[in-house]
Design a protein around this ligand. Structure first.
Ligand SMILES: Cc1cc2nc3c(=O)[nH]c(=O)nc-3n(C[C@H](O)[C@H](O)[C@H](O)COP(=O)(O)OP(=O)(O)OC[C@H]3O[C@@H](n4cnc5c(N)ncnc54)[C@H](O)[C@@H]3O)c2cc1C
Ligand code: SF4
Ligand code: SF4
Ligand code: SF4
Length: 419
């Protein structure tokens, strides 16, 4: 008779819960896990050590406990988590500001920490040199590398092997990640080695992410094959920027950000639909865009959560690296209300419909029937547009039509969906 298994292993993680964060790959002691084609694979014999199961954040998260452990207090605000400071900020350097997605705050902070010798590098996401249309995790060691990696990469990328490799090197390192990356890292930081090696965690807001196919679709819509691409940006040009490609033979094409957001509905990874965290509630510092008329033109929304994060921001301000203006919670809700509602109310509705077996100890949001219906209809639209046959039909529509639908959709969401 086979011996009774006492530990859970990779086989016990339901793939429907996987956010592709990469934490399991970083922790597997015998390296038999790999991220490929936006899935985690077992590529050898598992020894049932149970580590991947234990730390998998897709499966289980206790936000209050992790917030207390890493930020010093429980989640507190139902929409924003625990915070010490709410602000808008931007890099003082024009070059950094222009390179960044919103105000260039993340890039400015990383360059500053490198210059001061506070970190040896940063784990973040950059474009692949070999395949310039693909995003990849990387350990950035110089200010030039940090500058080259600036801007949002709207593509699902796990931090996996890079985190594991960095863990073996002389640190300390910063980590820049989406909420799901930070969830994984915070769970791994139950282990002292992950806490010491990665003491600085900068989190990006994340409303939607995209499967890699979305990038292929946009390249195609602009009339190119991806092999022709020499350089690609998701937020190129003046803020808020747009999808820009340069080709090897010197041509260039562009779609403004708000006009390609239709891909959010067609290529959203299924697991992202059950994600409750917009503002990266467990990072030391969270950074997002700022959608306020009075701060148009390239400002980042900045949330300091841990005392370490707050101190780093104050120091960077005192050194003239970034400038910041404090703003109110109401202004953050005004700027991000539609996506906070999408995440905080909608994740619950979507998780129920899609039966994603999450063990998240989050309070049940109080939503009336109207909101339930609104979020359910949005889910229905996403599921219809994600269907491969419908997608093929939509792909044939002229870009100008799709762009117009994107702009209407965004305006409608901003005016009708609120927390
Ligand atoms: C997938 C995605 C969805 C987002 N959704 C929202 C949203 O709904 N609302 C909102 O306000 N803001 C959102 N953001 C954040 C926003 O786009 C900016 O990244 C943020 O405002 C920081 O801008 P910055 O100019 O300060 O950073 P920058 O100076 O441009 O630096 C960005 C840093 O983030 C790293 N990075 C880029 N992409 C990734 C990635 N995929 N994973 C990990 N690290 C990465 C880069 O390596 C770079 O170091 C999203 C970002 C991403 C990547
Ligand atoms: S959620 Fe993260 S840790 Fe869990 S299986 Fe997926 S990649 Fe691995
Ligand atoms: S060896 Fe351990 S960490 Fe690796 S896949 Fe198996 S259970 Fe997971
Ligand atoms: S929506 Fe959530 S799960 Fe998806 S990429 Fe963003 S943070 Fe990760």
């Amino acid at each position: 008779m086979a011996p009774k298994r006492t530990r859970h292993s990779f086989h016990d993680i339901d793939p429907a819960t996987c956010t592709f964060c990469g934490a399991c790959v970083s922790i597997c002691p015998i390296g038999v896990l790999a991220l490929r084609n936006e899935r985690v694979y077992l590529q050898g014999e598992c020894i049932d050590c149970g580590l991947c199961y234990r730390f998998c954040p897709g499966r289980e998260m206790d936000f209050d406990a992790l917030s207390t452990a890493h930020l010093g207090a429980p989640a507190q605000d139902p929409y924003l988590g625990y915070y010490r400071l709410l602000a808008v900020g931007q890099a003082v350097s024009e070059q950094t500001r222009d390179s960044g997605a919103s105000g260039g705050v993340v890039t400015a902070l990383l360059c500053h920490l490198l210059e001061e010798g506070r970190i040896e590098g940063a784990v973040a996401v950059t474009m692949s040199e070999a395949e310039p249309w693909r995003c990849q995790a990387a350990l950035l060691r110089t200010q030039d590398e940090v500058m080259a990696a600036a801007q949002s990469k709207y593509s699902l990328v796990g931090l996996d092997a890079v985190l594991a490799a960095a863990r073996k090197e002389q640190g300390p390192f910063a980590v820049v990640g989406l909420p799901c990356h930070v969830h994984g890292l915070r769970r791994l930081q139950e282990l002292g080695s992950f806490r010491e090696k990665f003491p600085v965690v900068i989190g990006l807001f994340c409303g939607f992410n995209l499967r890699a196919e979305a990038t292929d679709h946009l390249i195609n819509k602009l009339g190119f094959a991806k092999q022709e691409v020499s350089d690609l940006e998701y937020r190129g040009g003046n803020w808020p920027g747009g999808f820009v490609i340069h080709t090897r033979d010197g041509r260039q094409a562009y779609i403004p950000k708000h006009r390609y957001s239709y891909v959010n509905l067609m290529y959203v990874p299924r697991r992202c639909l059950a994600c409750p965290d917009l503002t990266n509630e467990l990072a030391d510092i969270s950074v997002g865009d700022t959608w306020l008329d009075e701060y148009a033109g390239g400002w980042s929304t900045v949330i300091a959560r841990s005392s370490r994060g707050e101190q780093m921001l104050m120091e960077a301000t005192a050194h003239g690296v970034i400038r910041m203006n404090e703003i109110t919670r109401e202004n953050i809700l005004r700027s991000h209300g539609h996506l906070i509602a999408y995440k905080k109310q909608g994740y619950f509705v979507r998780q129920r419909w899609l039966r994603v077996p999450l063990t998240y100890r989050l309070p049940k949001p109080s939503i009336g029937k109207g909101r339930w219906l609104q979020q359910s209809l949005l889910l229905a639209l996403i599921l219809i547009l994600s269907n491969s046959v419908v997608r093929r039909l939509v792909q044939r529509l002229p870009l100008a039509w799709l762009a117009r639908i994107s702009s209407w959709g965004r305006q409608g969401a901003k005016s009708r969906i609120r927390v």
